[in-house]
Design a protein around this ligand. Structure first.
Ligand SMILES: [Zn+2]
Ligand SMILES: [Zn+2]
Length: 409
């Protein structure tokens, strides 16, 4: 299970980027190596009056320097109680180039920063980030490999490479097959991955162009850096470690009864059910997390997808039920947890497992959740009878009466 992927939340607007750099640069010019957060907060509001409109809190103001830190232009010292930062040598070179209106040098510095820095972890802008995926590298490489990428396409790639731990190359070839970047991802991560601020900055610096809502590598960058981007490795780990890390798949979070959101996860990736990777995920220890005041359990979209795949994308109520062909080229079916995820707490073994997940058409799925008592009884009894033995063998001992009265009344 890998950690969290965090990206700077600062506005991607150029003015905030340059204003924060200016403050650290001026401090350095005055001979004051470190610039305190307190001074930064006061001065950044003077430089950017729009920041003081409304009640902006201190942390929000300090975040305005996140992108300069993200790209290594400013170094943040976490060891002091009040917080302070200083401009780096790279930052000084960058700001001098800016003062001289030298955009090429600015681009060169940021490009080198992308090639040489770690972003998913050990980055001074986002201390708590703990991911193998280096988002700016992934952004550049995906534009190179796909020619252009949309916001949603980038969000999808971040989701599958970080949350589902799909190898980047597999994800790209899958996207290339359908050429459709308009993928839905779970709502828990849709905002975070769908609104990545550094892309806005890279756009305004002239590293990428945005045309018709698609990002492309700019001409200058393309003619000077294509060879390097082609060979760019998007992870902050060594290629030979991939296999070991992959044994441990990430789960994604879902909402409500655990399958409603999951059904909307359009992922093409299934497990090889004879693999150790699959076995470990299917039999993992249930992992609770808190959403508001309720305890929820993480589900794995890839497990659900595997269950649909095993059912050959047919409705397990009636294989004659037809839907439509989804973006991924398979009949659209939904995954339903017979024992709903909300009741994981009643079981010691993981219920987000293929034995407990049925493939059903959207009409049958709605009927199971919204139908009258008779309808629900009939459909669930049918599914249960087909699954009873598998459930037992996986250690889930439950009778139909128990299932229905406890979880579907
Ligand atoms: Zn359901
Ligand atoms: Zn059906």
């Amino acid at each position: 299970m890998s950690g969290t992927l965090i990206m700077p939340k600062q506005t991607g607007q150029k003015d905030a980027f340059y204003a924060s750099l200016q403050l650290y640069y001026e401090s350095y010019k005055r001979g004051e190596e470190w610039y305190s957060n307190a001074d930064f907060k006061t001065r950044i509001q003077e430089l950017l009056p729009y920041l003081s409109r409304g009640a902006q809190d201190g942390p929000y103001l300090v975040k305005q320097s996140e992108l300069t830190r993200y790209f290594g232009l400013v170094y943040y010292d976490y060891s002091t109680a009040t917080g302070r930062a200083k401009i780096t040598d790279t930052g000084i070179r960058f700001y001098n180039a800016y003062l001289q209106n030298d955009t090429k040098t600015q681009i060169d510095i940021i490009m080198n920063s992308i090639f040489n820095n770690s972003f998913g972890r050990n980055n001074t802008a986002i201390k708590s980030s703990d991911s193998d995926v280096d988002a700016p590298k992934l952004f550049l490489k995906s534009m190179y490999d796909l020619n252009a990428i949309s916001r949603k396409g980038l969000a999808y790639l971040l989701y599958v490479t970080h949350d589902l731990q799909i190898e980047y190359n597999d994800a790209i070839s899958e996207l290339n097959k359908t050429n459709d970047f308009d993928r839905e991802i779970p709502i828990e991560v849709a905002n975070k991955y769908g609104d990545v601020k550094f892309t806005v900055l890279l756009n305004s610096l002239g590293i990428v162009d945005e045309i018709d809502r698609m990002y492309k590598i700019s001409e200058y960058v393309s003619s000077n850096y294509s060879d390097k981007i082609k060979k760019l490795f998007i992870y902050n780990r060594k290629p030979d470690v991939i296999l070991t890390l992959n044994e441990d798949e990430t789960e994604n979070e879902t909402d409500i009864d655990g399958d409603v959101i999951q059904d909307k996860v359009i992922t093409a990736f299934t497990y090889d059910i004879s693999s150790l990777k699959f076995y470990n995920q299917n039999n993992r220890t249930p992992e609770p997390f808190k959403r508001g005041n309720t305890i929820r359990y993480k589900t794995n979209a890839r497990i659900a997808k595997t269950a649909l795949h095993l059912a050959d994308y047919k409705c397990e109520i009636n294989p004659e039920h037809t839907t439509f062909i989804s973006k991924l080229g398979k009949p659209y079916m939904e995954a339903h947890h017979l024992i709903p995820m909300a009741y994981q707490k009643d079981f010691s073994i993981n219920i987000d497992r293929i034995e407990n997940i049925v493939s059903i058409c959207p009409i049958c799925h709605s009927a199971i959740h919204l139908g009258d008592m008779g309808t629900r009884l009939e459909l669930l009894k049918k599914l249960f009878d087909q699954r009873e033995e598998k459930l037992k063998r996986s250690g889930l001992n439950i009778s139909f009466g128990e299932l229905f009265s406890k979880y579907y009344q």
